[in-house]
Design a protein around this ligand. Structure first.
Ligand code: FUB
Length: 344
């Protein structure tokens, strides 16, 4: 059962009133933590990273105008201590920072992780000839906000290294998960989900690339662990009824599986056929970041290629499964729902 206090309801009402209509938000005054969460740029593909009492939020950056589907040439980074008030730190990295990249506005979904006091940024970009297709590079920095520099001078994953599934555009959307024993794992993919161990230096693959079988896997994998269980959230499309992506998830007793499909975390998002998960625990509360396309900036109206990051609370059932998430305008500007008398 979900309960909200009168105060929360009032805040929601104020937030909705100030946001205008749900078909596009003009953002001036809003309750902090309302959606869209970031309003200074069109952002997508959220990758939150908890470092002590701060969350860094890495985003792709939609600069498409007119009918252009996607145009993205850098990745932005923001920080917050409460997830409601965000500071922009500008670009963490640009696709031109990878000298081997084609640099044609293909800076797609990325993720940063911390290891031994350094920050590593895994990012897909299109590769120059002759190694055509999307590739995954890794940047490194001493600071979570960057700037990140190419850690290798070459791509970590290239199109030629993944020979099953689609060609050209399957090496996208890297997620990196460091297990409790310190082993780093890299997962990525587009219609095929790939997994490989990383060496402790974070910049080389360690062993074979495996594939993980998941129902309707499309893209955007996100790995995390809770109470000894492994979770894999991902964008999925029902192949029998193709349309917009939803966010599905699977659970496993180990990173290599067996992964068991558990259903949807949330359905299709508003105004964008893509949706992309980013999940963290911060100060004893779990959060689900995603994107929709409901933001207006000046003359630029919401569009598939002009998306906006949003956030909701994430709750678990006693058996570890995830409660379905409703996409809201209020976001986390209101208190989390209370389930069975216990705040989740
Ligand atoms: O933002 C470009 C691509 O769209 C991402 O890499 C996918 O996850 C989808 O959100």
């Amino acid at each position: 059962m979900m309960r909200r206090s009168f105060c929360d309801s009032l805040l929601v009402a104020m937030s909705l009133a100030m946001a205008g209509c749900t078909g596009g938000h003009h953002l001036t005054e809003r309750a902090p933590g309302s959606n869209p969460l970031l309003t200074d740029a069109f952002t997508a593909d959220p990758a939150p990273l908890v470092v002590g009492d701060t969350v860094y939020l890495y985003t792709t950056h939609d600069i498409a105008t007119g009918d252009v589907l996607y145009a993205m040439n850098d990745w932005l980074v923001y920080s917050s201590q409460d997830l409601r008030h965000w500071q922009s730190h500008g670009p963490a990295m640009r696709e031109t920072d990878f000298s081997w990249a084609l640099a044609n506005n293909s800076a797609w979904a990325a993720q940063a992780v911390e290891k031994d006091g350094k920050f590593y940024f895994y990012a897909p970009v299109k590769h120059k000839d002759p190694d055509r297709g999307f590739a995954i590079g890794v940047g490194v920095s001493n600071s979570a906000t960057g700037p990140f520099v190419d850690a290798r001078g070459s791509a970590l994953v290239t199109n030629g290294m993944t020979t099953v599934g689609r060609d050209y555009d399957q090496d996208i959307d890297p997620t990196v998960f460091i297990d409790d024993d310190g082993t780093p794992w890299l997962m990525w993919g587009h219609f095929t989900c790939f997994l490989v161990k990383l060496k402790p230096n974070m910049t080389e693959l360690d062993g074979e690339i495996r594939t993980i079988e998941l129902p309707d896997f499309t893209e955007g994998p996100w790995l995390f662990k809770r109470e000894g269980r492994y979770y894999l959230a991902y964008a999925s499309i029902d192949e029998d009824n193709p349309g917009n992506e939803r966010i599905a998830y699977a659970m496993a007793p180990s990173i290599t599986g067996p992964w068991q499909y558990k259903g949807l975390i949330t359905g299709e998002t508003r105004n964008s056929f893509t949706i992309h998960p980013g999940i963290i625990e911060f100060k004893d509360q779990w959060y689900f970041f995603y994107h929709d396309a409901l933001l207006t900036i000046g003359d630029l109206k919401p569009a598939t290629g002009r998306r906006a990051i949003a956030v909701e609370y994430l709750d678990f059932n006693p058996d570890g499964t995830i409660r379905p998430v409703t996409q809201t305008d209020a976001g986390i500007s209101v208190q989390p729902a209370v389930h069975g008398g216990v705040a989740q």
